[in-house]
Ligand binder design. Structure first.
Ligand code: APR
Ligand code: PHB
Length: 390
């Protein structure tokens, strides 16, 4: 088999890149380890920056988003008894974010790829990357028990944190930067109306909680839990009782419990791998970086990586220029690190850290008070939350 760009992974990064390449007439094949059903079963965050919204429309996958996406021009941060609304639109000259589940993004991209007759090989096993330090990279894999090989011009490693692409980087070249947080997020999806019209990030003496949503009839809630927690310890009743104790009373009164349709615990980690390019292998999305979900940046960083990588590949094929490819890693990392900082900062502001001293807590409260009382401080939060320029 031969293609121009071999994409490893059919998550949002791989599907978005594949769709953009196909629409630009650049041949590509996606190799995905799991089934399409499994990929769609993964519940992830749901706040899109404008850059991601624009990319989905450019990829021909924005129709449902336009109909069902919820435009949000503010969100609330609550600290103990105090609450403060971040007026995103007012502080950023009218910008907003769109609430739309990643599962929907993935489904829309899969549909668009099918309509465009894009080639995605699901359940591709034992994917290995070869010769990407030369001009003729190739990918070996097993499909239905048969060993196969895909030769290509470039490999896009869109296979997430646990993928094979970053693991294939030459020894001694990769530098990794990581911070693992001493807690996780227990998340619940429930078919009841959201407790508030906008997102509420709450921090109190019992820990962090987040009230989010997927639609006017489907809510997404999270509470911070210790790393050693298991979902077996958390009945729906216990979850909703704890959630109500961690959010402002006015919000708690509107939390409508119901049978959870998904319940899971996610660890929190900040991670960056440098560089994001190794010869003709390029990393994008979670394959290269992870952020704690507090700043809702994971999907949006995948979007900016794909923007830069797609532009660079198009420039290579259409303009015969390597400038974009040569600049990709530094350009992507510049934006990645700013989002890593914001996500780390939001996580530090809102979570109760084990061993936190009374001094630490007072400083966190002072940070909240500063944001609530200073437009300059609130503007910094707003411009990072809506997404820094590409
Ligand atoms: N071979 C083929 N496919 C693989 C391999 C492999 N060795 N390893 C992983 N994959 C697939 C996974 O099954 C998954 O479908 O690569 C895909 C990677 O998708 P994501 O992990 O979703 O990463 P990405 O597409 O970069 O999207 C980032 O997803 O995890 C969230 O919070 C994250 O919102 C962010 C977004
Ligand atoms: C979500 O809706 O899942 C969500 C929203 C905002 C976040 C994290 C998760 O910061």
């Amino acid at each position: 088999m031969r293609t121009q760009v071999a994409i490893i992974g059919a998550g949002p990064s791989g599907l978005l890149l594949g769709q953009l390449l196909t629409r630009a007439g650049i041949d590509n094949v996606i190799l995905e380890r799991r089934s399409a059903e499994y990929v769609l079963s993964r519940i992830r965050a749901g706040v899109l920056e404008r850059g991601m919204v624009d990319l989905l429309h450019e990829a021909g996958a924005g129709e449902r988003l336009a109909k069902l996406g919820l435009t949000h021009d503010g969100f609330t941060i609550a600290f103990d008894e105090a609450s403060h609304r971040i007026d995103i639109a007012g502080l950023t000259g009218g910008k907003a974010v769109t609430v739309y589940g990643q599962t929907e993004v993935t489904a829309d991209l899969m549909d668009a790829r099918k309509r465009a007759n894009g080639v995605t090989i699901y359940e591709a096993e034992d994917v290995t990357l070869h010769d990407f330090d030369g001009a003729r990279p190739r990918v070996a894999f097993v499909q239905d028990g048969v060993a196969k090989e895909l030769s290509c011009d470039f490999i896009a490693g869109c296979d997430g944190y646990h993928g094979v692409s970053r693991a294939s980087a030459p020894a001694g070249v990769l530098k990794e930067f990581e911070r693992v947080y001493p807690f996780g997020w227990l998340g619940v999806l429930v078919d009841t109306p959201p407790a508030a019209h906008e997102l509420v990030y709450a921090s109190g003496e019992r820990g962090f909680a987040l009230c989010s949503m997927r639609s006017p009839t489907r809510s997404r809630y999270y509470v911070q839990v210790p790393l050693d927690e298991t979902i077996e310890n958390w009945s729906d009743d216990r979850f909703f009782d704890e959630l109500r104790r961690r959010v402002p009373a006015g919000v708690a009164a509107n939390v409508k419990s119901g049978p959870s349709i998904e319940k899971s615990i996610a660890p929190l980690r900040s991670f960056v791998a440098e560089p994001m390019r190794f010869g003709r292998l390029f990393l994008a999305g979670d394959a290269a970086h992870i952020v704690p979900p507090t700043g809702a940046k994971g999907l949006n960083l995948a979007a900016s990586d794909v923007r830069y990588l797609f532009d660079a590949l198009r420039e290579h094929y259409l303009d015969r220029s390597a400038a974009g490819l040569d600049a990709y890693s530094a350009r992507a990392l510049a934006r990645v690190w700013k989002a890593e900082r914001f996500s780390w900062w939001m996580t530090g502001l809102l979570h109760l850290f084990p061993g936190e001293t009374p001094f630490d807590r007072r400083v966190r409260r002072a940070e909240f008070d500063y944001i609530a009382q200073s437009n300059h401080a609130a503007s910094a939060v707003a411009e990072n939350y809506v997404g820094l320029p590409y």
